[in-house]
Design a protein around this ligand. Structure first.
Ligand code: SAM
Length: 221
């Protein structure tokens, strides 16, 4: 089937282009052992996030939606010595697993998990000393994506990269009368982007080990 082929091709590229990575493997294993849903980014998407953070030479990164910290570690590994990543997670249980994984990766001095609903944590980041971020990865509850985009802009400066995951959802994003609040959240997110003069963006469809989906990539003007 198509999805088996996508998986095999993903495996082909990761086995060729990613050096063996015991830390990343152990994070996925720890997540599975803790029964976290396997909704982390795929290994090659994680690597793409890492490369984008490097390309941007990002020093301050914000992530909304931590889960077990898999994408946090991919991004955190791109940070310079004095770089910081703040990641926001609603579920205490996910945050605990993530903190352990972050220690496994030796990134506990660079990555901080803030537990609670992201919409409550976001307003506190200024007081925590963050005026803006170089890269913002939005990957939490999709119905709140329009709010997350507004906050992302609040914490942006010229050149800030904003990435939003899971915007295709097997193609269902173009079904405009669908009741699913996640699809509606994504469509409102895309509508905001389309009207927003401060950001220049595109969306890319992806296939692979996580099926048919895609992401938005934007740069603040
Ligand atoms: N970025 C992670 C990765 O690739 O490894 C995956 C994140 S997972 C798709 C989404 C996460 O967002 C879940 O852990 C979920 O508990 C969290 N979440 C859901 N609603 C939230 C909210 N209101 N505030 C913060 N986090 C939330």
């Amino acid at each position: 089937t198509k999805s088996e082929k996508w998986k095999e091709v993903d495996l082909y590229f990761t086995s060729k282009l990613h050096a063996s990575d015991p830390v990343m493997d152990s994070i996925l294993q720890a997540n599975a052992e803790a029964n976290l849903p396997a909704i982390d980014v795929s290994p090659n998407q994680g690597k793409l996030l890492h490369l984008l953070a490097k390309l941007k030479a990002a020093k301050y990164i914000l992530e909304i939606g931590t889960l077990g910290g898999y994408s946090s570690v991919w991004l955190g590994r791109a940070l310079p010595e004095d770089g910081r990543l703040i990641t926001l997670e609603y579920e205490q249980k996910h945050a605990k697993v993530a903190e352990k994984n972050i220690r496994t990766a030796g990134l506990e001095n660079k990555i901080e998990v803030i537990v609670g609903p992201a919409l409550e944590s976001l307003p506190t980041l200024k007081d925590r000393g963050f005026a803006n971020f170089d890269l913002i990865f939005i990957d939490a509850d999709k119905p709140n994506n329009p709010h997350y985009l507004k906050w992302a802009l609040e914490y942006s400066k010229s050149g800030t990269v904003i990435i939003g995951d899971n915007v295709v959802r097997k193609g269902r994003v173009i079904e405009d009368n669908i009741e699913d609040p996640s699809i509606q959240g994504i469509r409102q997110f895309i509508d905001l982007l389309s009207k927003e003069p401060r950001i220049d963006s595109t969306a890319i469809q992806t296939v692979g080990s996580k099926g048919y989906d895609g992401f938005v990539l934007g740069i603040v003007k």
